[in-house]
Design a protein around this ligand. Sequence first.
Ligand code: GLN
Length: 544
Amino acid sequence: MKVLVVSGGVISGLGKGITTSSLGRLLKARGLPVTIVKIDPYLNVDAGTMNPYQHGEVFVLDDGTEADLDLGNYERFLGQSLSGSHNLTTGKIYRAVIEKERRGDYLGNTVQIIPHVTGEIKRTIREVAEAAGAEVVLVEVGGTVGDIESMPFLEALRELSYELGEGHTAFVHTTLVPVVGPVGEAKTKPTQHSVRELRAIGIRPNLIIARGPTPLTPDIKAKISLFCDVPPEAVISVPDQATIYEVPLVLEAQGVGPLLGRLLRLPEREPDYQAWKEFLATYRGAQRAVEIAVVGKYTELKDAYLSHAEAFHHCQGHLGVEVRLQWYDSEDLARNPGLLGRVERSDGILVPGGFGARGVDGKIRAIEVARRARIPYLGVCYGFQMAAVEFARDVLGLGRASSTEIDPATPEPVVSLLEEQKGLSDLGGTMRLGAQRVLLRPGSRLAGLYGQAEVWERHRHRYEIDPRYTERFAAHGLTVSGTAVDGRIEAVELADHPFFVGVQFHPEFLSRPESPHPLYLALVRAAVARQEVPSRAAPAPAVA
Ligand code: GLN
């Protein structure tokens, strides 16, 4: 087993996840079996109970794990599905150690951070690498070096590197090189400090990845090399890119592939980037643009809807159409009718998942606009449930129709709690989660888009559309196009509409640069088609 550790310094939010994903891609492009583990040093057992404003989107894996959003980046860059064991948290590790202690596994011993917690960390990493059959396991340590919380993890990785011996581990440190002052001077001091911090705990980085707005000049690279004790060719500059999918090639151009090969004593191989490069060429060459309105509650923080945004980037790389996302706060939308007018002028509308009553009115209004003005619409999870509520109110005339999540006393519970959710008291990890089989109705638009009779899609919800309403829905044109094996409703579509689809599941989690999700492709295609309707104003000129 070879281990490539990626740590971060100076500040968080440097794109360490993208760096790690890109390094993984570099190795995978050489035909090596790789996998990635994310360490999140917080005490939560998983990300499922965290507000998106705290930590960005909660990414859902096939096995139902509610994971850090970096797992999504890994899956997209590697083109591989991962399981929950690839997201290590302090909560998970401590829970395992305490359970062992109670069982008596450490009988007679004082249970300590070193060796018990570090031992558990090392054991888990080895186990994950083995289960994945990976030759190289990349381990990204969340947070920044120097945080109290990440200490046991870095110590465990230092120990692991010692145990595995020469040529089996490499340490990559990602830092910020800010450009400051009137002449735009690149500053290396923060990097020097954070490398010193790393060395104080016994880790010497082999590679420094410097993030910043502009490329590093050779003299800045030389300075970092001198102060941080790495060869100049191991100081890698990754300036901001137009798309994150450029990063593997930016690294490749600076010789990172062969460098990792030497550090980890890997066989020399030519990388294969053919499909990746085709994607990028189409992406860069976009000649036209569509505008998609995204109506949600966490629009201040784009990371809250990261996988949706990425799914649209994947479409751009296949259709050559730039997708400009316009973010609308659903609460603003309910208050400000002028904003609704802007939504009505967009080429497509997406209402993503969400929870609770706040902001629901704005979502329902946006859906009404999409339905009535025949704007292409994709409703995901809450956006699917709210489409049913909107339809019940406006078309079936059930003015008080709602979801019991919003109005527990509604006389028309179009959406209500899943049977198995009733009586649950623990809220962590107890939703209907992960990959579930969805049977598509033959002849439906959905079945046509997938080109398949059944699919597996990832879920995360507690509520569902009540099947008692589906007949009335269908009589007015909103038909069920997908169901679970037990008959629960997974998807609806509007017959007399250019594109109006709602799905209980989360297609955004399965879209990848090399295989964009059919539902996003369909939404973007419908948005393009809408621009061609002669009554509509000419589209804004595209920027490549
Ligand atoms: N709040 C809804 C439910 O629990 C939708 C969840 C979601 O959008 N992820 O069913």
